[in-house]
Design a protein around this ligand. Structure first.
Ligand code: ZN
Length: 498
């Protein structure tokens, strides 16, 4: 028995904080209130500290890394992660697991042997190996497609479509918590509407969540939202728009309209919500800048297209046209080779100057030298828009963190303390209980996680104890791998992990 006493309980429902204690017994919350501790309990004085549910990160890319029990998330107070986002999951693998690894390794990291045939295999493995968090997983559309039809783009054959539907059905029955797309990433980006309709229907039938990395967050932000709302309207699926934002100065004014459309859709009865991370910069693979048709057939096909002197200028033109950020806003965060590491932390204006070429050429050259294996970090948003996202009633706060072999985005190490320290305490963007709700009770409700995300008798004892006056992220863009401050204890299912 553990008795956390004399603290301020913020129960995860958004309710006002109250002076109380929490009693943990056998991995479960036995009591919340002011009762004296039972004899034999371990006593922890929480004077001046907040006691909250464990944080729930519903947009994580730690699918493979949770198995290695890295502490990046646990040190922030995260006790539950939803993986399989943006179309990337480490299953299903067809006969060739390497094909799914090639597709996912830049986001999912890990070694060169992962890959599970089914949701059941992956979830069993995660349940056994992951000691620091509880893992929930979405079925990634890109992985599903590759397992069924390889890296080929375009419409599936009818038998392939049936097979995709069947595997999704089986995965949802076996415990996957929903389905995700990454419509800015090949090959998922090439899926015809009918394919998405059929897969969203399966998801809707199971009452599970459809999370989408939409086709565009830039010039086509509003059209992309419309596409997703249409899908939800037609299929009845529960729609979660992933890491909502308006990317690039020219698009910042579109965010207000985007939010308004989502509010209207809610009023119409569509079950839509969104999530956002508390940072101005985003991070992904560098190939994201290219038109995704260049990736038809995978990285090697993309490299031969770049090498084709008749195609290269066209690819350059399309890349420039679709890039909403400025070149000095886009930084290299990781490269596959050790020699490439000299570009990490530099932006494409600097890299282009150093190489004596145009920025778009510098992108191509780097992709060629690194065999496509480059990650980027780009400054996408403005402060005012970020504040409006985080304050919006439909917003859950997420990390979107992933591991790279260079300099990861600081969100991997700092999201939750950044929200509670910088956004709540320093900037006053949200009341503390509201911010806690957005990382506990609200995500639990969204995914139907029973007995998590709240502090009440009978709930699972995922609990964080932190100092609201001191909590802060130390992870920065320059030096991301820093443990946060101000988090005193983290319990997962009653076991202390921090
Ligand atoms: Zn994404």
């Amino acid at each position: 028995m553990i008795h956390l006493y004399n603290g301020t309980v913020i129960d995860g429902t958004g309710a006002e904080p109250k002076r109380a204690g929490v009693l943990i017994e056998d991995g479960v919350i036995a009591a919340v209130g002011q009762a004296p501790p039972p004899a034999g309990a371990r006593l922890i004085d929480c004077a001046g500290l907040a006691i909250t549910p464990g944080f729930i990160d519903i947009h994580s890319h730690s699918d493979v890394m949770v198995l290695e029990n890295d502490r990046a998330k646990a040190d922030q107070g995260v006790t539950t992660e939803v993986v399989g986002n943006c179309g990337f999951s480490p299953y299903p693998c067809g006969a060739d697991a390497a094909a799914v690894r090639r597709y996912g390794h830049a986001i999912l990291a890990g070694g060169d042997s992962w890959g599970w045939r089914s949701a059941v295999e992956y979830l069993d493995h995660a349940r056994r190996e992951s000691r620091l968090c509880t893992v929930w997983s979405l079925v990634g559309h890109g992985s599903l497609r590759i397992a069924t039809m390889g890296a080929r783009q375009g419409a599936p054959e009818s038998a392939e479509m049936d097979r995709m539907e069947g595997i999704l059905e089986e995965s949802l029955e076996a415990g996957a918590c929903g389905f995700s797309t990454g419509l800015m990433y090949a090959p998922g980006s090439s899926a015809p509407r009918e394919e998405l309709v059929r897969l969203c229907r399966v998801t809707a039938k199971h009452g599970k969540v459809y999370a989408t990395h939409m086709r565009s967050y830039m010039h086509q932000l509003l059209e992309s939202i419309e596409e997703q709302l249409d899908l939800a309207r037609e299929t009845g699926c529960r729609l979660q728009i992933s890491h909502l934002q308006a990317v690039g100065r020219a698009n910042w004014s579109r965010q207000a309209q985007a939010l308004e459309r989502l509010e209207q859709a809610r009023a119409e009865g569509i079950d839509v919500a969104f999530d956002s991370y508390p940072y101005l910069a985003g991070s992904t693979v560098l190939t994201q800048l290219l038109p995704q048709w260049t990736l038809d057939g995978g990285i090697s096909a993309m490299l031969s297209r770049l090498a084709d002197p008749t195609l290269r200028p066209r690819i350059a033109e399309e890349t420039i046209a679709q890039t909403a950020q400025q070149w000095n806003d886009i930084f290299v965060s990781a490269t596959g080779s050790a020699e490439g590491a000299r570009w990490v932390g530099k932006n494409f204006t600097e890299i282009a100057e150093a190489r004596g070429v145009e920025p778009v050429e510098a992108v191509f050259e780097l992709l060629e030298e690194e065999n496509g294996d480059v990650n980027m970090l780009s400054f996408n948003q403005c402060d005012d828009n970020l504040r409006k996202l985080l304050q919006h009633p439909l917003c859950t706060v997420i990390s979107d963190g992933f591991y790279v072999k260079g300099r990861p985005h600081p969100r991997l190490y700092g999201t939750f303390p950044c929200l509670l320290g910088e956004m709540v305490r320093e900037r006053g963007w949200l009341p503390l209980a509201d911010a806690v709700y957005r990382i506990t009770g609200k995500p639990a409700e969204r995914f139907g996680m029973r007995g998590r995300g709240v502090l009440r008798p009978g709930a699972v004892a995922d609990v964080v104890v932190f100092d609201p006056a001191a909590i802060r992220a130390r992870a920065t863009y320059e030096s991301p791998q820093q443990k946060p401050e101000g988090i005193h204890f983290v319990f997962r299912e009653g076991v202390q992990i921090t």
